[in-house]
Design a protein around this ligand. Structure first.
Ligand code: HEM
Length: 545
């Protein structure tokens, strides 16, 4: 049996889809749903766990956070995006935010644990629909907003590099002309370069153990084993303090890359003074101005992608996801009773009405007509998610209806959400056994077991084929980087096992040797011979997020 927490994720994609949103004609809609889950549904062990509180440091190879080192995950995530993106080029249209940093950690310009720390943590959330590059972007968006900064728009669709890209990340020793040239190639003019660096250097600091040429040994002390000297007095807040300190020559005076006595590595001082302090002084005019400028340059940083990559619209619950179905699954039993289960997610964004106590969910049948069949979703008392957009509430529901009526969609509070029931994995007749340990972002998920895998699919067709093919999308290690890649090399053939009403049921039992972490990242696509996948991205386990 599946545990209660493991809702089946979205598993409905038409072979010939015509409707929007829940029958995506491109797979980006699936990516958006998955990232929304990480971004909006707060949960223990979720994406935010490593950066909550903002002082936290989580080494993903260790069982628990360690705050004695002077390290900080939120700052590491922002620095990771910088080192990944800045070697991209607007002239060649190559590189940018593409997770190539994973292949480049041996370079002197990428010294420090930050990059592998970030990629290893993100690897728990990686799967066939969510690229490492999108997770690096999400890392910036969540750490900036979670720690007092602006909401940088979160778009999805980035594609991971399969090899190292060019080198050229500016180092503290790099000349000002080479530094500006590198940023210019990435699409940032000289003023933008000051702004982006000042924004980045609002959080975290410089560590003695990796930059002894900048920071003296005296920085090492109790709860600061790596000897961090922060950029400012509010190390865990994304704010204008570093800039103000520098402009007014107070506090940390802009941090170690300004104040170090080693002139060769005064890279922030060289940069800020390059235009006679004009840009940095402008940034200090107000907190609101600083935040809005940072929002702009951070967005451009995470949106530098190869010309071939098409990004989605931003995930913005104020416009699109304030009320939306999530973790939906569809089932049918041998008597021909169907059920649509999952929850409605309500994000109480600023200015939105208080969450209703209940929601009425009405079925739209396969023929597109609204039916008299409805269910009540009651706000979950235990669910008081505190995402960066406002409290997130969930309304679990189950709609029951006959297979002859079928599913075309649901209507809730005046909104219509389209679904279809052409082909779907039947959750009650599909599972991975044994059940993996509860999802967590630690090495406890590394245990490898042999899982018995049962995949059972219902196919609405008048001309059923002899069999269907399931393709497993499994995260596997990739040479040269700690980022996994997806293997699609294993398939299984589902045989007909019966019919229920208009559906033909196909099933297979197979086995797989996987780590629990891989099980959480695995998804299954199912297709009839010669057709595009009718089921895409069926995830047996929906990790906490
Ligand atoms: C001229 C360009 C830059 C140079 C030479 C530079 C150099 C450095 C150095 C030497 C450190 C110390 C790293 C450590 O000890 O862990 C650092 C930290 C950091 N940098 Fe930069 N940086 C530059 C621009 C940027 C930009 C554009 C961003 C992001 C938008 C950024 C974000 C960060 C962050 C967040 C940290 C703190 C890391 C931590 O505390 O773990 N930097 N930078």
């Amino acid at each position: 049996m599946l545990p209660l927490y493991s809702f089946f994720s979205f598993c409905l994609v038409a072979v010939n889809s015509v409707q929007a949103q829940y029958i995506p004609t491109d797979t980006q809609a699936l990516t958006i749903k998955e990232i929304e889950h990480y971004y909006l549904d707060a949960a223990t062990n979720g994406f935010f766990s490593a950066i909550t509180p903002c002082t936290n440091y989580q080494d993903p190879t260790a069982p628990a956070p360690d705050n004695t080192l002077g390290m900080q995950t939120a700052a590491e995530w922002i620095r990771t995006a910088f080192h990944d993106f800045v070697t991209g080029s607007i002239f060649t249209g190559l590189g940018g935010l593409d997770a190539s940093i994973g292949f480049e950690t041996g370079r002197r310009e990428n010294v420090g644990a930050a990059f592998n720390d970030a990629l290893l943590f993100f690897s728990f959330f990686y799967n066939a629909q969510v690229s490492m590059a999108d997770l690096i972007a999400l890392g910036v968006v969540t750490s900036v907003a979670n720690c007092g900064g602006p909401k940088v728009p979160m778009k999805v669709g980035r594609v991971d590099a399969t090899a190292a890209g060019p080198s050229g990340v500016p180092e503290p020793e790099t000349s000002i002309s080479d530094t500006l040239n590198e940023f210019n190639t990435a699409g940032f003019n000289d003023g933008d370069t000051v702004t982006l660096t000042a924004c980045g250097h609002s959080m975290g600091g410089v560590h003695r153990n990796i930059f002894p040429q900048v920071v003296p040994a005296s920085a090492i002390g109790p709860n600061n084993a790596d000897g961090r000297v922060p950029f400012d007095e509010t190390v865990a807040v994304f704010d204008v303090t570093t800039v103000n300190d520098y402009v007014h020559w107070t506090g940390a005076k802009g941090g170690p890359l300004v104040t170090t006595t080693n002139k060769t590595v005064q890279s922030d001082l060289r940069l800020y003074t390059y235009d006679n302090n004009q840009t940095i002084t402008q940034l200090s005019q107000s907190s609101a101005y600083f935040q809005s400028q940072c929002q702009g340059v951070m967005q451009r940083m995470i949106e530098l992608v190869p010309y071939s990559v098409r990004l989605s619209a931003p995930i913005d619950p104020t416009t699109t996801t304030n009320l939306k179905p999530a973790a939906i699954y569809l089932s049918v039993d041998w008597k021909g009773n169907m059920a649509l289960s999952g929850f409605m997610r309500y994000v109480q964004v600023a200015g939105a009405a208080a969450p209703p106590g209940t929601l009425k969910i009405t079925l739209i049948g396969r023929n597109g007509q609204t039916t008299a069949i409805s269910a009540t979703g009651t706000m979950s008392a235990s669910d008081t998610g505190t995402g960066i957009w406002g409290p997130t509430r969930s309304y679990p529901f189950t709609l029951s209806f006959p297979a002859t009526t079928g599913l075309g969609g649901i209507s809730v509070s005046g909104q219509t959400f389209s679904f279809q029931d052409t082909m779907f994995v039947v959750p009650g007749m599909s599972n991975f056994s044994p059940t993996p340990p509860t999802f967590s972002t630690t090495s406890s998920l590394n245990t490898v077991s042999t899982y018995t895998v049962n995949i059972t699919v219902a196919y609405l067709t008048t001309a059923p084929p002899a069999s269907l093919t399931a393709t497993f999308n499994i995260p596997v290690p990739q040479a040269g980087t700690v980022s996994p890649t997806i293997s699609t090399s294993t398939t299984a053939t589902l045989q007909k096992i019966g019919t229920v009403g208009p559906f033909t049921i196909f099933s297979v039992i197979t086995s797989k040797s996987l780590s629990a972490k891989q099980v959480y990242g695995t998804s299954v696509d199912v297709a009839a011979p010669g057709q595009a996948a009718g089921v895409k991205f069926f995830k047996p386990f929906n990790k906490a997020a």
